[in-house]
Design a protein around this ligand. Structure first.
Ligand SMILES: CCCCCCC[C@@H](O)CC(=O)SCCNC(=O)CCNC(=O)[C@H](O)C(C)(C)COP(=O)(O)OP(=O)(O)OC[C@H]1O[C@@H](n2cnc3c(N)ncnc32)[C@H](O)[C@@H]1OP(=O)(O)O
Length: 732
C-alpha cells in the first residue's frame, strides 16, 4: 500500500469552511495533520445573516484531536483571514478559496448589485485573500492555492450570468497565478466541484445530495495541495467519487491569406468556416503555446513571402511591394511653408490667401498635395533602401515626371492617409524610370489626391525591362504658336534650402559633394519647386489665384534648374487646359516640358500679358492724379451707398485719401456725411463706380500694386468682392 499523504506541520486556510465542501476540506486536512483556519461568516446561501458555523467545525476537529481555529471575516477582507493563520500558527501553506454565495436570476432581472455582490465575494474575495497569502508563500518558497470554479462557469447555466462569469474569472486568475508562482514553488489549481451543500440544498433531490457528498470531492483537493503533486494551472472536475481533468482543445484552424500584405475578408471567413471549425487533428495548447502557434503563423507567412520574392525578378519584387499606408498631417504651418518655398509672397495680389491662416480664403497652393502624397514615398524609404528588389542609388535619382489631381479640397487641418503602389519600372537604357502611384484619402475615406511620380535613376537602365508603360499619365506638347501669356519668377539662391524644409531632404539640393556624385557642378533645385512655382503663376494668370479652380497638373522635368535662376513660365490656353513650358530665362533652356494645368474653369480671360521685362511697372503721375481726383470727390450727402469698403490706400507718396466713415454703414444706406461716433480713419466709403474707377485707373494701378509701389491693406474678402465687381463693370 502506498504511503499516506500527510500535511503535518502545514497550515491550511479554508474559506467558507462552516459547511459543505469547505467543511469537508477542513476535516480532511486536519485529519491528515494540518492546522486549519476555519473561515466562515456564517449565514445563508445568499450571504445573509451570521452565525458561528465555523465554531462547530473547529470543535469537531478539536474533538478528534486536530488543530483548528475559527475565523469569521468576510473574504472581501481576506488579509484578516490570512492574519488569523499567522497570528495563531505563524505561517500559511495552503489556501483553499472556497467561500461563495448565489444570487441566481435571469440576466434581465439581474441588478447591478446582484452582479457586483457575486463578483465581490467569488472573484475579488479569492483575489484579495490570495494576495494577502502571496508574500508568505514567496518568502517560504512554498504555497498551494485552490480556486473554486464551476460547471456553470465552464458551460453556462440558466439564471447564473453573474455566478458563471465570476466562476470562469477564477479560472483565468488561476491560470495567471500558476505562471507567476512557478519560480517560487507556488502552485495554483482550479477545482470544478459538484456536491450537495448549503448552496445546492433545495436544488438537488435528497438521494442526489447523498450521492454527491462533499467528502467525495475533498480528497481531490488534498492531493492537489500536497507537496508531491506537481500540477499547477490544472483544472480538475470532481463529483460523486468521479475525478477528471480539463484541457483546452483548438482546431488546427487555417490561415486565410497568402502573404503578410494580404487583408482578409468576411467572405473568406464564411467560405472556409467548415475547415476553421474542423476538430480533426485538433491541438491542445497550454500556457503561452497559443501565442507561439500564432507567432508560427506569421513566421510561415513571412517565409512564404521571402520564398515567393526569391523567385521573382527584382522588378517583380518591387511591383509586388505594398508598404502600409502612412499618415500625413496638414496644418497651416505646412501649407504656409510650402507656399513660401514656391515663391508666394505677402506682396502678391492675394498673397495672404496662401500665407495667412487668418485669411478667410486661406488654402494651399494645389501642388502642396504632392507633399502629402510624397509622405508615402518618404516614410516607406522607397528610394533609400525600403523597396524590395530593384535597388536605387540615391545620388543617381532625378525627378523625371510628376502628375497630381485634386479630387476634393485639401483640408487646412487634419490627418490624411497616403498609400503607394509601384506600377512600372521602365528600362530607358540611359536610366530606369520607376513609376509610382499614390492615393491620399481623408478621415472619411474620400479620395483627396491622386499623384504619380516618374523617378529617373540615371545609369540604372539596361536590365532588359520594357521601355514604355500604359500606366503613365501622358505629357502633352504645347501648341506651336507664341505663348498666350508668360510670367516669370526669379528663384532665390536659397530656394532649395527653403524647399528642403517641406520634406524632401535629398542632399542633391544642398550638398555640393553629393551633387558632384550625380554629375552636377552645384546643388540643383527640386523639380517640385519649379513645378509649384509654375502652378502658382498659372493660377495667377488664369484662375484669379483661386486654388479651387485647379483640377490637375502634369509635367516632365527635362533639365535641372539652379537656385537663383529665373523661371519663365509660358502659357497657352486651350479651353480649360493651360499648356505650360517653363524655361530658365538666363539660359533659355526648357526645364518643364509637355506640362499642363487643367482647370475646372478659367476665372477670367485677360488680354495677353507681355513678359514683365517689357513693363516699367510704375504707376504714372497722370494715373495717380486721376485716382486722387476721384478719391477726393466725396460722395454727396444723400447719395445711396452701393457698397462699403474699408481699405487703407497708401502710395509711395502720401495717403491717397483720408476719410472718416460710419463703420455701421451698409449697402443701401444713404450717405449722411462724416459720422460723430463709430468712425474709422483712412477708410473709404465709395459708390461702386468710384471704386471701379480706382482700380481701372486701370492695369497700371494693378501692376503698381503687384510690384509693391501701391500698397493696399485690406480685407481679402473685399478684394474678391472688388474683383467680382470689376468683372460686372468690365465695360466701365
Ligand atoms: C521622397 C521621394 C522623392 C521622389 C524622388 C525625387 C527626388 C528629388 O529630390 C530629385 C529632384 O528633384 S531632381 C530635380 C528635378 N529633375 C531634374 O532636374 C531632371 C531633369 N531631367 C534630365 O536631366 C534628363 O531629362 C534625364 C537625365 C532625366 C534624362 O536624360 P537622358 O538620359 O539624356 O534621356 P533622353 O536621352 O533624353 O531620353 C531617354 C529616354 O528617357 C525618357 N526620358 C527622358 N527624360 C525623362 C524624364 N524626365 N522623365 C521620364 N522619362 C524621361 C525619354 O522619353 C527616353 O525614352 P523613350 O526613348 O522611350 O521616349
Amino acid at each position: 500500500m502506498s504511503s499516506q499523504l500527510r500535511f503535518d506541520g502545514k497550515v491550511a486556510v479554508v474559506t467558507g469552511a462552516g459547511g459543505g465542501l469547505g467543511r469537508a476540506y477542513a476535516l480532511w486536512f486536519a485529519d491528515r495533520g494540518a492546522a486549519v483556519v476555519i473561515n466562515d461568516l456564517g449565514g445563508s446561501a445568499s450571504g445573509e445573516g451570521s452565525g458561528r458555523a465555523a465554531d462547530l467545525v473547529v470543535n469537531e476537529i478539536k474533538d478528534k484531536g486536530g488543530k483548528a481555529v475559527a475565523d469569521y471575516n468576510s473574504v472581501e477582507e481576506g488579509d484578516k483571514i490570512v492574519k488569523t493563520a499567522i497570528d495563531n500558527y505563524g505561517r500559511i501553506d495552503i489556501l483553499v478559496n472556497n467561500a461563495g454565495i448565489l444570487r441566481d436570476k435571469s440576466v434581465a432581472n439581474t441588478s447591478d448589485n446582484d452582479w457586483d455582490l457575486i463578483h465581490r465575494v467569488h472573484l475579488r474575495g479569492s483575489f484579495v485573500t490570495t494576495r494577502a497569502a502571496w508574500p508568505h508563500f514567496r518568502k517560504q518558497n512554498y504555497g498551494r492555492i485552490i480556486m473554486t470554479s464551476s460547471v456553470a462557469g465552464i458551460y453556462g447555466n440558466f439564471g447564473q450570468s453573474n455566478y458563471s462569469a465570476a466562476k470562469l474569472g477564477l479560472l483565468g486568475l488561476s491560470n495567471t497565478l500558476s505562471i507567476e508562482g512557478k519560480k517560487y514553488n507556488i502552485h495554483c489549481n482550479t477545482i470544478v466541484p459538484m456536491a450537495g451543500s448549503r448552496l445546492t440544498k433545495g436544488i438537488l433531490p435528497p438521494d442526489m445530495m447523498e450521492g454527491m457528498r462533499p467528502d467525495l470531492v475533498a480528497p481531490v483537493v488534498l492531493w492537489l495541495c500536497h507537496d508531491s503533486c506537481s500540477d499547477t494551472g490544472s483544472v480538475i472536475e470532481a463529483a460523486a467519487g468521479w475525478v477528471g481533468k480539463y484541457r483546452w482543445e483548438r482546431t488546427r484552424g487555417m490561415t486565410l491569406r497568402e502573404s503578410t500584405n494580404d487583408p482578409i475578408l468576411p467572405e473568406a471567413v464564411r467560405d472556409n468556416w467548415e475547415q476553421i471549425c474542423d476538430f480533426n487533428n485538433s491541438l491542445h495548447p497550454k500556457g503561452n503555446e497559443a501565442s507561439m502557434l500564432l507567432g508560427k503563423v506569421l513566421q510561415d507567412l513571412m517565409e512564404k513571402d521571402a520564398n515567393r520574392d526569391a523567385k521573382l525578378s527584382p522588378v517583380e519584387q518591387a511591383l509586388n511591394w505594398r508598404p502600409p499606408p502612412v499618415k500625413c498631417q496638414v496644418t497651416p504651418r505646412e501649407i504656409i511653408l510650402y507656399a513660401l518655398s514656391v515663391g508666394a509672397s505677402t506682396g502678391d495680389k492675394d498673397g495672404l490667401r496662401y500665407l495667412y491662416e487668418g485669411d478667410e480664403t486661406f488654402a494651399p497652393i494645389p501642388t502642396f498635395g504632392v507633399l502629402l502624397a510624397q509622405e508615402a514615398l518618404s516614410q516607406s524609404n522607397m528610394i533609400t533602401g525600403g523597396m524590395p528588389g530593384f535597388q536605387v542609388d540615391l545620388s543617381k535619382v532625378l525627378h523625371g515626371e510628376q502628375f497630381i489631381e485634386i479630387h476634393k479640397d485639401i483640408p487646412t487641418h487634419g490627418t490624411l492617409e497616403a498609400s503607394l503602389n509601384v506600377v512600372d519600372i521602365l528600362d530607358k537604357k540611359s536610366g530606369a524610370v520607376i513609376v509610382t502611384n499614390v492615393e491620399v484619402v481623408d478621415e472619411t475615406g474620400d479620395k483627396v489626391i491622386s499623384a504619380q511620380w516618374s523617378i529617373f535613376v540615371v545609369g540604372a537602365g539596361g536590365f532588359g525591362g520594357k521601355r514604355n508603360s500604359d500606366h503613365i499619365v501622358p505629357s502633352v506638347d504645347a501648341p506651336k504658336r507664341k505663348p498666350d501669356a508668360s510670367l516669370s519668377y526669379k528663384t532665390s539662391i536659397d530656394q532649395a534650402a527653403l524647399y528642403r524644409l517641406t520634406g524632401d531632404r535629398n542632399p542633391l539640393h544642398i550638398d555640393a559633394s553629393f551633387a558632384a556624385m550625380g554629375g552636377f557642378d552645384r546643388p540643383i533645385l527640386h523639380g517640385l519647386a519649379s513645378y509649384g512655382i509654375s502652378c502658382r503663376l498659372v493660377l495667377q494668370q488664369y484662375a484669379d489665384n483661386n486654388p479651387s479652380l485647379f483640377k490637375s497638373m502634369k509635367s516632365r522635368f527635362t533639365s535641372p534648374v539652379l537656385p537663383g535662376q529665373t523661371l519663365q513660365v509660358d502659357m497657352w490656353r486651350e479651353g480649360n487646359r493651360i499648356h505650360v513650358e517653363t524655361k530658365v530665362a538666363e539660359t533659355g533652356k526648357t526645364v518643364l516640358t509637355g506640362a499642363y494645368v487643367d482647370l475646372k474653369s478659367v476665372a477670367s480671360a485677360p488680354a495677353p500679358v507681355a513678359p514683365p521685362a517689357a513693363s516699367t511697372g510704375l504707376m504714372s503721375e497722370a494715373v495717380f492724379a486721376e485716382m486722387k481726383r476721384r478719391l477726393d470727390a466725396k460722395p454727396e450727402v444723400g447719395a445711396k451707398i452701393n457698397a462699403v469698403y474699408q481699405w487703407n490706400i497708401l502710395s509711395n507718396k502720401k495717403p491717397a485719401a483720408s476719410w472718416v466713415v460710419d463703420l455701421k454703414a451698409k449697402p443701401g444706406d444713404i450717405y449722411q456725411g462724416e459720422p460723430k461716433g463709430n468712425k474709422a480713419d483712412c477708410s473709404l466709403t465709395l459708390e461702386d463706380a468710384d471704386m471701379v474707377a480706382l482700380v481701372t485707373g486701370k492695369l497700371n494701378a494693378q501692376k503698381a500694386y503687384m510690384q509693391g509701389k501701391l500698397k493696399i491693406k485690406g480685407n481679402i474678402m473685399l478684394t474678391q468682392k472688388l474683383q467680382g465687381l470689376l468683372k460686372e463693370n468690365a465695360n466701365l
